[in-house]
Structures are given as C-alpha cells and as structure tokens.
Design a protein around this ligand. Structure first.
Ligand code: ADP
Ligand code: MG
Length: 698
C-alpha cells in the first residue's frame, strides 16, 4: 500500500467520484485525501430528547423513529415531511430536495440517529435535511466522539458527495492505508517537543477521540508542515551563503571615505551604522548578499543604499537602484545626484518616459562602464539594458516587485549582483520568517534624531470647516499640506469625481493667488504629474491634493499636515505609509483621518490603531490579525498561503519552534547525512519534489 496511489484504491471511491474530487478539491492521491483536513468538528457526545429541545439549540442529535411520511405541496414544488418521534415528543424532519429517493429509502418505525440544525416555528421544532443513520448502522461504526466537517463545493453536494460520504472515504482510507503512514519527524524532534506520532495524529485529526487529542494531533501536523517549509528556506539561505559566490568588495576606498568625510549631511543613526556594517560584512565575504532591509518610513534607508552603492563603485563595479514609480525614481535620482555633487561619479535615470536618444546614450555608457549608478523603474529590466559589471542592485519598496523581476536582474550578469531589498512595510517577525526566511534581514529600528511624533486624530466629515481653519494656520507658519483621496480600482470613476469635487472645494476655500494648489492623480500624464509634484517639492504650492500615487517614498520635509479623506477605505499599511509623508522635518506634524460616521468594526479598529501608535511593526501586527497573511504585500509568492493546517498568525509559537529546530538540525548536519536524520532527509526530498515554496532568484 502506497499513499501515492490514486484515491480509486480506496474502497467506495469510483473513477467518476475520483475525477470529481480531483476537479473540485484537487484531491488526486491517497496522500492528498489524508491531508484534506476538516475545517470544524461537531461534538456529538450529546444526545437530546425532543421534550428538552430549546428554541436556541443549534445543531442537535436525537434518537427516534419516523412514524409517517408525506409530500406537502408548496408555492414551488413540494416538500417531504416526516413526523419524527421519540419517547418524549414529536417533531418534523423536512426535505426540499431528493424527495423521491428519500421516500423509497427511509424506513418507517425503525430507530434512527438524526443530526442537524434545528428550526423553531410556532412552538414546534423541525429539522431540514438532517443527517440520518439507522441506529443499527450507527452502532457498527468507528465511534468517535467528535465528527469532522470537511470543506465542500456545490458540485460535490449536488453529486451526492455529502460530508458523511467524505467521512466514510477517509475512514476507509485510514483503515486500508494505516500501515502506509510513515513517521516523518525524527525521534529526537518528537521527543523534544512531545509530539504525537504521525499515525495517531492523522487518526485524531480526522476522528478525534477528544478535544485534547485533537489539539495534540493538530499541533503535531502544524509543526511538521511549518518545519519542512522552514527547512527549505533555511537550507536555501545556507546554500546561498556557501555556494553562491558573490563579488568581493575588498576595499572601502577613496570614494566611500571621501563621501563619508565630506558629503554626508548628518551623522548616521546607530541603526544605520549597524545595517551598513552588516552590508559591508556581506559584500566582503565572497558570498552573495541577499538582504532585506526593513525600516519604517523616514528611517533613512536611502543613505544606507547610497553608501552601499559607493562600496561597489570603490571596487570597480556599477550599481543600480530600482524604484516602483517614476516619481520615486526621480526623487532618488535627485537625492543621489545632489549628495554626490562634485564627486566625479556618473549617475543617470532610466524610466519609461526617457527619450530614445537619451536611452541609447545610457545603454552605451552602461556597457562601456562609464556610467556608475543607474536609477530607474521597471524600465531597468528591459533586455536592452546591459551593465558592464553590475555589482549591487538596490530594490526600493520591495513589495511592488515580484520575484521574477528580481530574477531578471540576476541574469544580467555572470555572477549575481549583491541584492539589497528595502521595504518600508514592516513585516511581523513570524510572517517575515515564512516569506523571507531565505533572506538575511536587517532592521533600521530608530528614527533620525529630532523627529517629533506625528500627532494623529480621527475626525468626521462634518468637522471639515475647522480642519480648513487648521490648514490655514499651518500654511501661515510656512508649512505645506497633503490631502489624499482613496483610489480603488472598482470605483475609479467615482473616486475620480470625489477627488475633483474635493479639489474644487479646497480651491474655493484656498483661492489664488494667495494659495497655490497642486493636484496629482493616476489619470495624468507622467510629465504633468512630475511637474505638479515638483512644484510642491519646491514649495511653490502649499497644498497637494492627490490620490495614493504619493504613497510611496516621496520626501518633502516641509510638509507637516497629512489629511486623509475617507480614511476608512484605506488599509492600515497604506495609512501608515501615507502618514509617513509628514513628520520628516523638524516641525510638529499632524495626520488627520477623515471618515464618515458609518464605520465597520474593522474600519474602526484601523483608525483607532493609527491614532494610538506610530510604530510600524505594531501596526503591521494589527494588520496581519485583521486581514490574515493572504492580503499582506509580498506573501503572494510565498508558501504561507498554501498552508494546509498551520496558520502563520495563530500558530506563531509553533512557527518559531519549527524554524529554530530547522536551523539547529541544519547547523549540525547541513546535508542531513546523519542516520538519525534519515527520516528528515527522506521527507525533505519528497516535500521539495512536490512543492516549491517560492521560486527564488537562484
Ligand atoms: P526612508 O527610509 O523612508 O526611505 P529617507 O531615506 O527618505 O527615508 O530619509 C528620510 C529623511 O531623513 C531624509 O530627508 C533624509 O535626508 C533624512 N535622514 C536620513 N538619515 C538621517 C540621519 N541619520 N540624521 C538626520 N536625518 C536623516
Ligand atoms: Mg525611501
């Protein structure tokens, strides 16, 4: 018996049923079915009597007999009604579908166990579409106290594959293939974490004998699932370190030192220094750097990126920095050019709107090596863009780039360039372990000195007048203001109207020539956008009315007020990003979240969280709890969405244990060659054959 056999090997599963199960649930092999877990359990330890039924009882189990059966005509079609009786009273069982078959097969005056949801109407009870089993049959069964409920689909239900049938299939599977279930964790791990053995775990996850056994079974299966994912990630990381050679940047040379001594406009924070040290260690090691830099908005990632690029240039290599939007690329280009002014380093920018002639020039300078730093957007990834010797690639705002795109950078070279991925979306530790478990992670957890916390308030739309007054006072002090409107694709036309209405009312309230207003939105041409943006950056306009295009990275230190319209429609991380646009200078900054009175519970929680904290990691934790990992940026390519039983949010303790175990196993036995790890080695081979956690750059 082999669990890789198709499910037709299981008693009772016909070829037709098998193909239906495959089409609907993706279940092909016995192993697939074994790992098809219940999503809830019904506790059938209790039997009820009809007399004791309560109008608030939900799902109940009763023993009794059908005393009569009749069809009752109704508006459309008919329903089948059985009078059901136990020693204490009578009630009705009702069916709307499958009546003919039921009429033929239901037995009168024989004891049944019925189970189902209870309806209560006019003092009497009925049960629509109950699960029925003859007591004689019921007694023959593997008696479990709790019953599993499996996910299903409409097609399956219509084809008669009921939950009861699923249970039977799985029961048969367990009976026939019990011996084929092989332990897949080492004795040491089982002992260390007091884990249930694999056979018991499967038995108890499908047919738990008690709540306690169920918890143990789930714990064991979750641990195993997370352990093998972590083993893959940790192993990939070790291999990258050991096997993938990287360029060696031996020298901290003239350029780096000159910049540090003469051009650095401020002292680095301790966190920036620490991260820079981590990067320097990586790029000097001979191994390939694959590092994620997490740092809240405004924490000063750009300077770390620039200094890292200088390390490459000092060693005769080129560097590139990729940004997700044109505005942001422009801003990087301006910042980098200004910082490097007078230093004999050639910097260029390549975006979609760069003209052909200029483009050709850039291509040529890249190939002959005279261009040192290329800043750009996705345009960098075009095949025509060939570096002479790209030494390091910085990717800003990681979540906007897919893995495939990173892979493209890789192929531009014989050896992979060192990669530094920068993200301002803090990712909770546990999620980072699953999504970026194969990367090294650096964190800038300190803001540059002198920053005042952004004061955040939540106001309702009706407060708008007093907000206009507040804006005027701030502008009077020489500050600038953002007003941001939501832009959600489904209602783009309406959002656009909101934006324009808002722009109009702001224009009325803040008339020219005293006030100048910029407007930026997605429907504008890139050149117009940049023009408007630039006016705001230069301080020519005091107010920037915009959709979320300004979300990422824009740096205007003089802007001190961020007003977010319909704030309830934004996600937490987006709100946090937007708030990060202000508070970049020395002035006290403010974030005003405007909403209507109608708020969902989740919406309320989001706004409350924003008012209560400015800590990006705390906000990310709340976000993860609210939305689950599936909606967090960057998780799409990772395995965390395909988990069968574990949950990276709820099972974070198990995750940490699984990761630590994976690390210690691989540290002691990198190739899993020790006899005691044979079990892990074999399972690992199977797991890596059948699943790809995520196709990495390698
Ligand atoms: P982010 O991490 O969001 O990309 P930036 O790199 O844009 O942040 O930096 C935000 C602002 O903080 C910039 O104006 C930058 O010049 C400034 N800054 C960065 N590091 C420091 C520091 N150590 N001391 C003072 N100001 C700094
Ligand atoms: Mg930035």
């Amino acid at each position: 018996m082999n669990l890789e056999n198709p499910i037709t090997y299981i008693n009772g599963i016909s070829v037709q049923r098998a193909s239906l199960l495959q089409a609907e649930l993706g279940i092909k092999t016995c192993n697939d079915l074994l790992n098809f877990f219940p999503f809830r359990y019904i506790d059938k330890t209790q039997f009820y009597t009809i007399k004791d039924l309560q109008s608030n009882s939900s799902e109940v189990q009763i023993v009794g007999k059908i005393t009569s059966l009749k069809s009752v005509a109704q508006k459309r079609g008919s329903r089948l009604v059985a009078t059901f009786q136990d020693t204490t009273g009578t009630m009705e069982l009702v069916w709307f579908r499958g009546q003919k078959w039921l009429k033929d097969s239901l037995k009168i005056n024989e004891p049944y166990v019925v189970y189902g949801k209870l309806n209560h109407y006019n003092g009497s009870f009925s049960m629509p579409h109950p699960e029925m089993e003859l007591v004689s049959e019921y007694k023959k069964k593997l008696q479990t106290k709790m019953q599993p409920v499996y996910p299903s689909t409409e097609k399956l239900t219509n084809a008669g594959v009921s939950n009861k049938l699923m249970r039977n299939y799985i029961q048969n599977l367990l009976q026939q293939f019990y011996d084929a279930i092989q332990e897949s964790l080492s004795t040491e791990i089982l002992a260390d974490f007091k884990l249930m053995n694999k056979r018991d775990a499967y038995l108890n996850v499908h047919f738990p004998k008690s709540q306690e056994n169920l918890a143990k079974a789930q714990n064991r299966l979750k641990f195993e699932e997370l352990f093998y994912i972590q083993l893959q990630l940790v192993r990939k990381k070790l291999i990258n370190k050991n096997k993938i050679k990287g360029f060696v940047f031996e020298n901290v040379g003239a350029i780096f030192n000159q910049f540090y001594a003469e051009k650095l406009p401020f002292n680095l924070t301790n966190a920036q220094k620490r991260v820079l040290k981590e990067v320097r260690k990586d790029v000097a090691s001979g191994a390939h750097m694959n590092r994620l830099l997490q740092g809240d908005v405004g924490s000063g990632k750009t300077i770390v990126a620039l200094l890292s690029m200088l390390l490459a240039i000092d060693n005769g290599f080129q560097a590139t920095i990729m940004a997700p939007t044109e505005i942001l690329a422009n801003q990087h280009f301006t910042a980098v050019s200004e910082l490097l002014a007078g230093m004999n380093i050639n910097v260029a920018i390549l975006t979609g709107s760069v003209k052909v002639k200029k483009r050709r020039e850039i291509h040529a300078n890249l190939e002959d090596g005279s261009l040192h730093i290329l800043v750009g957007t996705h345009a960098l990834l075009e095949d025509k863009v060939q570096f002479k010797n790209l030494g390091i690639a910085i990717i800003d705002e990681q979540h906007r780039f897919g893995v495939k795109q990173r892979a493209k950078l890789w192929t531009k070279n014989t050896l992979p360039p060192h990669i530094l991925v920068m993200t301002a979306t803090p990712i909770p530790r546990t999620l980072a372990m699953s999504v970026y478990g194969d990367l090294d992670i650096s964190v800038i957890d300190e803001l540059p000195p002198g920053r005042k916390q952004v004061k955040t308030v939540h106001r309702f739309d009706s407060n708008r007048l007093s907000i206009f007054k507040f804006m005027k006072d701030e502008i009077e002090k020489g500050r600038q203001v953002y007003i941001v409107y939501p832009l959600i694709e489904e209602s783009e036309a309406m959002d656009y109207k909101d934006l324009m209405d808002g722009f109009e009312s702001v224009s009325r309230e803040f008339p020219t020539p005293k006030y100048q207003i910029s407007i930026v939105h997605g429907k504008m041409k890139p050149a117009d956008k940049d023009f408007e943006m630039q006016r705001f950056v230069n301080g020519e306009t005091q107010i920037m009315v915009a959709t979320t295009v300004i979300e990422v990275g824009v740096n205007v230190p003089n802007a001190s007020v961020m007003i977010i319209e319909s704030a309830e429609r934004f996600g937490l991380s987006q709100l946090h990003q937007l708030r990060g646009r202000v508070g970049r200078g020395a002035d006290q900054s403010y974030c005003i979240l405007l909403s209507s009175y109608k708020l969902s519970t989740e919406g309320k929680t989001r706004l409350k969280t924003m008012v209560e904290t400015t800590d990006g990691f705390k906000i990310a934790e709340v976000d993860l709890k609210l939305r689950g990992p599936g909606n967090i940026m960057g998780t799409q390519q990772s395995g965390v969405l395909n988990l069968k039983i574990a949950d990276v949010v709820k099972d974070s303790k198990i995750l940490v244990a699984a990761r630590n175990t994976a690390i210690s196993v691989l540290q002691e036995d990198p190739n899993l060659e020790k006899p005691e790890n044979l079990v892990i080695r074999n399972t690992f081979a199977k797991v890596t054959r059948t699943s790809k956690i995520w196709s990495n750059i390698s």
